[in-house]
Ligand binder design. Structure first.
Ligand code: PLP
Length: 396
């Protein structure tokens, strides 16, 4: 008999959709894949070279659990120059991806009965990580009309004496939207008023568009910095999803607890990937701008095209690499007497009838939408949108 914990958990739906699309592709089906949650760029050569150098030099043994000093120093320098945040080595932990850092935070902070605020739509792993630690996810609905930013009154209405933390994600996966500094300042006041923590997932910070500038909530003042654990990583900014390097910065006692937990579970992240990460953070940064400019062009192309399809409406994202169109007016229509009544029905219909893979909004707690990743070429995006248009026009 499995543990109660294991019975509460579902596999990551985004990874599941990706696996299904890849399986169809392997069977020879010409799939346009909008399901992917990783950049379609290759890891830059200078980073790969650093890893190969590490192997050749024999840097292939255990390292300190929370990361090697040169990597911690590179992260400290990055947080200082990009985010105006000042941390020391004992306030930094390097983990096997940002997801692992988030998991360590959940282990270090949450008890059974604790409530954790999660603005919805949310990234798929937040609720399950909270559940895995016997705490309770409390969803705070956000609205398209507010560009999916959690509103203060709504947030406050969900706070109880059991509330332990808020998980904030900007730029957001799945909405592609961002919190401006003013909104963050107001949220920071709320956090301090109720003396809770904020877990700030900033993994997409380098991917912002239209002049939007990312601000870390921790940088607003020292008081909020004391209540914030900043989470970031190299997966998205440097196209390094497979290398598994992420990190967290926060109050010393929390980072120490996370490091103890990591010491009893995974130990250090891969020594070779850590060397590569030092090169990523301290070497030339022009790769990011090249990738960002490419995403920017695809973003406007995809969103403009989606908005010409009857029954689809999409906000223009300001960050990450996702479009999150509203498809709710299509629900109730049918194809061959099968009624499409939810985002998952729609995603399945588009996969089977149009050979287009994407993720249903229900996976992110919002059934009115679907998520399309534009981490794929303009040609594929054009082909995919044409297929979606044709398939949706066939609905009656
Ligand atoms: C991709 C992603 C992560 C996890 O990234 P890692 O590969 O584990 O570093 C964390 N948060 C969000 C919102 C993501 O989209």
């Amino acid at each position: 008999m499995l543990s109660h914990r294991a019975q509460k958990i579902k596999p990551s739906p985004t990874l599941a959709m990706d696996a299904k699309a890849k399986a169809m592709k392997a069977d020879g089906v010409d799939i346009v894949n909008f399901g992917v949650g990783e950049p379609d760029f290759d890891t830059p050569d200078n980073i790969k070279e650093a890893a190969m150098r590490a192997i050749r030099e024999g840097f292939t043994k255990y390292t300190p659990v929370g990361g090697i000093e040169p990597l911690k120093d590179a992260i400290i320098e990055k947080l200082k120059s990009d985010n105006n945040l000042h941390y020391s080595r004992d306030e930094i932990i390097v983990s096997c991806g940002a997801k692992h850092s988030l998991y360590n935070i959940a282990q270090a902070l949450f008890n059974a009965g604790d409530e954790v605020l999660i603005p919805s739509p949310y990234w798929v792993s937040y609720p399950d990580q909270v559940l895995l630690n016997d705490a309770t996810p409390v969803f705070v609905k956000t609205y398209e009309a507010d560009f999916f930013k959690a509103q203060l009154e709504v947030l406050e209405a969900h706070i109880t004496e059991k509330t332990k933390a808020l998980i904030l994600n900007t730029p957001s996966n799945p909405t592609g939207l961002t919190y401006d500094k003013k909104s963050l300042e107001r949220i920071a006041e709320l956090i301090l008023k109720y003396n809770i923590y904020v877990v700030s997932d900033e993994i997409y910070e380098k991917l912002t568009y239209g002049g939007f500038e990312h601000v870390s909530i921790a940088s607003i003042d020292n008081a909020i910095k004391e209540k914030t654990i900043v989470v970031n990583g190299l997966s998205k900014s440097y196209a390094m999803t497979g290398w598994r390097i992420g990190y967290a910065a926060g109050p010393k006692e929390i980072i120490q607890a996370m490091t103890n937990i990591q010491s009893q579970s995974t130990s250090n992240p891969t020594s070779i990937a850590q060397k590569a990460a030092v090169e990523a953070l301290t070497g030339p940064q022009d790769f990011i701008n090249t990738m960002r400019a490419e995403f920017d062009g695809r973003r406007t192309f995809l969103v403009d095209a989606l908005n010409t399809i009857a029954g689809v409406s999409c906000l223009m994202p300001t960050g990450a690499f996702y479009a999150f169109p509203n498809t709710s007016v299509l629900y109730g229509k049918s194809s061959n007497n099968t009624v499409i009544s939810s985002s998952s029905d729609l995603a399945l219909y588009l996969l089977e009838a149009a050979n287009v893979a994407l993720v249903h909004g229900g996976a992110f707690g919002d059934d009115n939408h679907i998520r399309l990743s534009y981490a794929t070429s303009i040609q594929e995006i054009k082909k995919g949108v044409d297929r979606i248009r044709a398939a949706l026009n066939r609905l009656s």
